[in-house]
Design a protein around this ligand. Structure first.
Ligand SMILES: [Zn+2]
Ligand SMILES: [Zn+2]
Length: 340
């Protein structure tokens, strides 16, 4: 029986260090997960760089976690030892608040945020609420499954809960960690897909992922390009760049929706309100998903052969992997592996 485990924790803004921690037993309603893989997401920056209100260091980042159940706390039902499970950004609803009672688990008023308000998956072990667990199908290996628990579910839910219907023009802005999955989901859901990114270097890849159209926002005006295609019913914004998100609103068809799935920090976005009034366009956000949404994302991905493009790094190299992701050099998801 091991008494300690390795973890990579943020100890102050921009600082990640590998430490040995004492093993903790899961509390009531919790399980302990032996982590096999954890994706490195841009949202980890809120933990590593700071900026999250109420963040307390040290904190282990990571919210695309896959592993096996290693210990089960009291009162947990429906989960078995050694079962492969995943945890995403939302760490599990309490099931008793007003929003949970209305069935809105994503917006639960008392939900831990994995890797932010509680320790996450840059570690060999992690404690998680059982209500936040997603069952991982055997057909997906841990490295394949991990990015689907944040990048995947965020784009999957953003698309499936939108007003766009099969055949409608859907634009995915940004072909990165989220966007490269969003393009695949959009195609397999039956939309006419336009991928938007800066420069020509992602054109071929976007087409390979299923985009019918590629718009290079560096050389062309994406608003004019989308309007030339009839206007988008949905623009799923995944680029962490608030200015470019705001600038694309005019690419929507009347009654179209701009759905923000990823944002660059807390800076305000400047929106032309005329575009909201005339044409009755709307602007909305989408946030990850419930544990059940995670399972839907995993099974749809398996069914349709959708995979994140990943590169792996050992847990001990987490700081390096994180820095690479922040330099926008990950293609497209770095997944930390523990070798357990
Ligand atoms: Zn994430
Ligand atoms: Zn709740």
């Amino acid at each position: 029986m091991r008494n300690t485990y390795k973890a990579v924790q943020a100890t102050g803004p921009g600082k990640l260090e590998l430490v040995e921690r004492t093993m903790v037993e899961p509390g009531p309603g919790q399980v302990r997960i032996r982590v096999e893989a954890c994706g490195v997401c841009h949202t980890d920056a809120f933990t590593v760089e700071g900026g999250l209100p109420g963040l307390a260091y040290p904190r282990v980042p990571g919210h695309e976690v896959v592993g096996r159940i290693d210990a089960i706390g009291t009162g947990v039902q429906g989960w078995k030892l050694e079962q492969r499970v995943g945890v995403g950004y939302l760490g599990g609803q309490d099931g008793i608040c007003q929003l949970c009672r209305g069935g809105d688990f994503v917006n639960c008023l008392n939900q831990p945020v994995t890797g932010a308000t509680q320790d996450g998956g840059y570690a060999e072990m992690m404690i998680a609420r059982a209500s936040g667990l997603a069952s991982i199908p055997n057909e997906l290996n841990p490295v394949e499954a991990a990015p689907l628990l944040c990048a995947g579910v965020t784009t999957f839910n953003g698309l499936r809960h939108s007003r766009a219907r099969p055949g409608d023009l859907v634009a995915v802005q940004g072909v990165g960690g989220l966007g490269h999955l969003g393009v695949q989901f959009a195609r397999k859901m039956g939309f006419r897909v336009a991928a938007i990114a800066r420069g020509q270097d992602k054109a071929e890849l976007a087409k390979k992922l299923g985009a019918h159209h590629y718009i290079d926002s560096k050389s062309k005006d994406p608003v004019a390009e989308l309007q030339a295609l009839g206007g988008a019913k949905l623009i799923l914004a995944t680029a962490a760049d608030n200015k470019s998100i705001a600038s694309i609103l005019g690419g929507l068809a009347p009654r179209g929706q701009l759905v923000v799935a990823g944002a660059g920090g807390n800076e305000p976005m400047q929106i032309n309100p005329q575009l909201l009034l005339f044409g009755m366009r709307s602007l909305a956000g989408t946030l990850a998903g419930s544990s059940r949404d995670n399972e839907d994302t995993l099974s749809f991905s398996f069914l349709e052969g959708i995979r994140a493009m990943t590169e792996t790094a050992p847990l001990a190299n987490a700081a390096e992997a994180y820095a690479k992701m922040m330099r926008n050099e990950a293609r497209f998801r770095i997944v930390l592996v523990t070798g357990q």
